[in-house]
Design a protein around this ligand. Structure first.
Ligand code: 3UK
Length: 541
């Protein structure tokens, strides 16, 4: 049967991407494209005129190494050559399975500089998800950390698609990366504009299946000019550290586009940001701007409570995002250290933060006010605005909005209309314009800043012989942080001894640890609607 492409024209607000996505995920710079002038992220951030200004500044501090902007640019040239030699061309996808490192930053810039699309992959994902992303994105090349290569091997063993060629980054080797392939003479300028695709970021949605969120060259600059400029106000003296990694949209702004657009220094490391590690980093590296998720702020307060020596003297700005920051953490941080935490809500679809608190006007428990360059509204289920003080679905609009979900025109159409992105969040706004997060309309929620899909955890629970059915809801622990709670119906009248531990072990062998509910309770039956839908909201209460 001939394939009829599903055509979807995304006509966002003026100046924003308008791409034509069809059923094969192929797209063209379409009729509606509004910008035709040459623009490329790499030229913008590391072009000749930028190097005249900031070339000698330190761009990256990585373990014991420092890279100036000039050195970073020459690394980008080397990567460009390696990538082109692998027959990667415009709009081909290149997957990155890398730790936060100069190689990540340089290869990212190299990929987008030739007009190819960068696909950063979460290094914590299990091999099946890595395989899914590589297949779904149709990656032509994978740049992979030596330590993480096993994830690819496992993925292939799992019987998925043929693996594309890889370029392996081996940190234990003394030799620099195959220097013979380095060819700083490559003169290659792709015909990109602000509307050209640059970045495909995978995020898991309500089904737990990762979906690719496509962003264009102009989006990254837009987040710099909106959020970073008005809220962070970075200068070339800033030293930035983000506990959230470069493969997240949050980390990519924090550690790549924001500092590098300001001629500032980003501190990168492959180390997991435990409270001990962050405490040492604060002391030795003296960052001025710190980005984290609520759970890490909580852990740092507790660490300081026992070790008592968290040195925050270098910090001027602290940012939290990923999930709602409990008011208590904001208050304790302020009391203990005299520092504000700027909570802000961002999303992969909007690339970065669009509602945020500002220095000097923080309201604890609130996500803050709209960021310059964005519009937001709260609407009921039929799209009609809700009055001040009442709950509504949060819709947001701005020029960093996604160009669409990769190969998912249906989902794109459901999520993005007239440039308005439906966030799936329920919010309330007060008379002063501050937004308060109430919950998610799709039952998904976050633990430690990472998505938990109730359906996925529930099906893992039901795969245990003793379980009849289960419902998973967000909950909070004694410290006010997000955790998962499971309600379970079992076959027997009462649970046998040790069943809770057994269920946890069962889940742990199937799911990443953050998805394993920290609270498990038994019920005789689950509350349901007359049509048989589990009423999770009753269990949340
Ligand atoms: C939730 C928040 C309350 C909210 C992100 C900063 O988290 C990011 O992107 P994701 O696509 O998730 C988006 C969803 O996460 N959320 C994020 N921040 C907050 N809820 N308060 C907050 N401060 O449900 C949102 O829809 O993973 C965060 C920058 C870039 C990002 N991509």
């Amino acid at each position: 049967m001939p394939r009829i492409p599903t055509v979807l024209i995304l006509d966002n607000v003026p100046g924003t991407p308008a791409l034509l996505l069809n059923g094969d995920g192929a797209y063209n710079r379409a009729v509606m494209t509004t910008s035709t002038d040459y623009y490329n992220i790499t030229d913008d951030f590391l072009g000749d005129s930028r190097l005249v200004e900031v070339g000698a500044n330190t761009a990256i501090e990585f373990k014991d190494n420092r890279l100036s902007y000039i050195e970073l640019r020459s690394e980008v040239e080397n990567w460009k050559h390696r990538i082109i030699s692998n027959a990667v061309g415009e709009e081909d996808r290149v997957a990155l399975l890398l730790y936060d490192s100069p190689e990540f930053v340089a290869s990212f810039f190299a990929v987008v500089s030739i007009g190819a699309i960068c696909v950063p992959i979460n290094t914590f994902l299990p091999p099946e998800d890595v395989a899914y992303i590589i297949a779904d994105s149709g990656a032509r090349l994978i740049i992979v950390e030596k330590d993480l290569e096993s994830k690819l091997r496992d993925a292939r063993a799992a019987g998925s698609h043929e693996s594309p060629p890889r370029f392996v980054v081996d940190r234990s080797a003394d030799e620099p990366l195959d220097s013979n392939s380095a060819n700083p003479g490559t003169k290659h300028r792709a015909a990109t504009t602000r509307s050209s695709p640059a970045l495909l970021l995978y995020t898991s949605g309500s089904t737990g299946q990762p979906k690719g969120v496509l962003h264009v060259h102009g989006s990254m600059r837009y987040t710099v000019d909106s959020y970073a400029r008005s809220v962070l106000r970075l200068t070339s003296d800033d030293r930035v550290y983000s506990a959230s990694r470069l493969f997240f949209a949050y980390g990519l702004g924090n550690s790549l586009s924001f500092p590098l657009s300001a001629g500032a220094t980003v501190i990168l490391d492959t180390e997991r940001p435990s409270p001990q590690y962050v405490a040492t980093l604060f002391r030795d590296r003296r960052p001025t701007v710190f980005f984290a998720v609520p759970a890490l702020y909580r852990a740092l307060l507790d660490y300081d409570g026992t070790a008592g020596d968290l040195d925050v003297s270098s910090l001027r700005t602290c940012v939290s995002a990923g999930e709602a920051l409990p008011a208590r953490i904001v208050e304790e941080w302020k009391e203990r250290f005299g520092l504000e935490i700027l909570d802000g809500i961002g999303s992969t679809e909007m690339l970065h933060i669009f509602i945020s608190n500002r220095s000097g006007s923080v309201r604890a428990g609130s996500s803050g006010r709209i960021v310059k360059g964005y519009e937001a509204k709260l609407v009921d289920d039929s799209g009609v605005g809700t009055p001040v003080g009442e709950l509504g679905n949060l819709w947001v609009r701005g020029s960093s909005a996604t160009a669409g979900y990769w190969q998912r025109p249906d989902l794109t159409e459901q999520t993005v209309r007239d440039g308005w992105v439906r966030t799936g969040d329920i919010y309330r706004q007060d008379a002063d314009g501050f937004y308060y997060h109430v919950g998610r309309s799709d039952d998904c929620f976050k633990v430690r800043g990472l998505w938990v899909s109730p359906i996925e955890v529930e099906s893992a629970l039901v795969s245990h012989d003793d379980v009849v059915e289960a419902a998973v809801v967000p909950s909070t622990n004694q410290q006010g942080l997000a955790t998962a709670r499971a309600y379970v119906v079992i076959r027997t009248a009462s649970p046998r001894e040790g069943l809770i531990e057994e269920l946890r072990a069962h889940l742990s062998s199937r799911l990443p640890e953050y998805k394993v509910p920290s609270q498990i309770e038994f019920l005789k039956e689950l509350p349901r609607t007359s049509t048989g839908k589990v009423q999770r909201f009753k269990l949340r209460a």
